[in-house]
Design a protein. Structure first.
Length: 247
């Protein structure tokens, strides 16, 4: 009887496994219940992993950076990425373990729209003020879109940290000619889609302060020439923070 019982269990086990394989699921890393229309991660990611799925994750947690230390979007899941994932998890009340699994992905799916933009920002908020969309800048339209998307995710994190009140983008990408027309700095990060000028429900200094741990190396705000009616944030390689009325 016992032998028969085991044999039956064995059959059931094999049947379950083959169903799992047919469904494309992995035994170790259960797939999320529903596919996401932007991107669905197929496996748990943690320190030591690398690749394009890590890069996609980094884009989405980059706003949860350490103070003054932006997350490198390099496709390598190191301690910096793990720490950002932990802050993301903490910020949304999830289990904090620095590992990107179904719960973390589920939160990302809740936040991202079908075009991969975060819930509270859209490409249309970042197009050039002269009607040229994302063209006419100092880099390709495709690079501009990539840069804008990355900044949007940083802003989504900032927005959540600031209590979910709206942030308004008064200027995002600028074509070179529009940048010249509005008196922007030559070679401004706006002409790459890497900058956003903000106003909103918060004080300009609160925006500037929050940006310091949201992955922005470029912060220009109150007290800096021409920046008393908005806070400028950008993604650049070295730190330039200039908001003397704030910090
Ligand atoms: Zn600006």
């Amino acid at each position: 009887m016992k032998r028969t019982g085991r044999s039956m269990l064995g059959l059931v086990g094999a049947f379950t496994m083959s169903l799992g394989l047919l469904g494309g699921a992995s035994v170790l890393d259960p797939a999320p219940a529903a596919a996401d229309s932007c991107y669905t991660w197929g496996e748990t990611l943690s320190q030591g992993d690398s690749g394009s799925d890590v890069r996609r994750l980094q884009v989405r947690v980059a706003g949860w950076a350490a103070y003054g230390d932006p997350v490198n979007i390099d496709g390598v899941y190191g301690p910096e990425t793990a720490n950002a994932v932990e802050r993301f998890q903490s910020g949304y009340g999830l289990t904090v373990d620095g590992i990107a699994g179904p719960e973390t992905y589920g939160q990302i799916y809740d936040l991202q729209d079908a075009d991969c933009t975060p819930a509270h920002f859209a490409y249309s908020e970042f197009t050039s003020g002269d009607g040229s969309g994302f063209s006419g800048g100092n880099t390709s339209t495709s690079n501009v879109r990539t840069n804008v998307l990355r900044n949007m995710w940083k802003l989504e994190a900032m927005r959540h940290k600031l209590g979910d009140s709206p942030l308004y983008v008064s200027s995002g990408f600028r074509s070179v000619s529009y940048n010249d027309a509005v008196g922007g700095a030559p070679n401004s990060k706006h002409t790459y889609g890497q900058a956003a000028d903000l106003t909103g429900a918060h004080s300009l200094c609160d925006l500037a302060r929050a940006a310091r741990s949201s992955g922005f190396n470029g912060i220009i705000g109150p007290g800096a020439a021409g920046h008393n009616d908005h806070t400028h944030l950008d993604t650049r390689s070295g730190r330039y923070w200039n908001a003397p009325n704030c910090f």
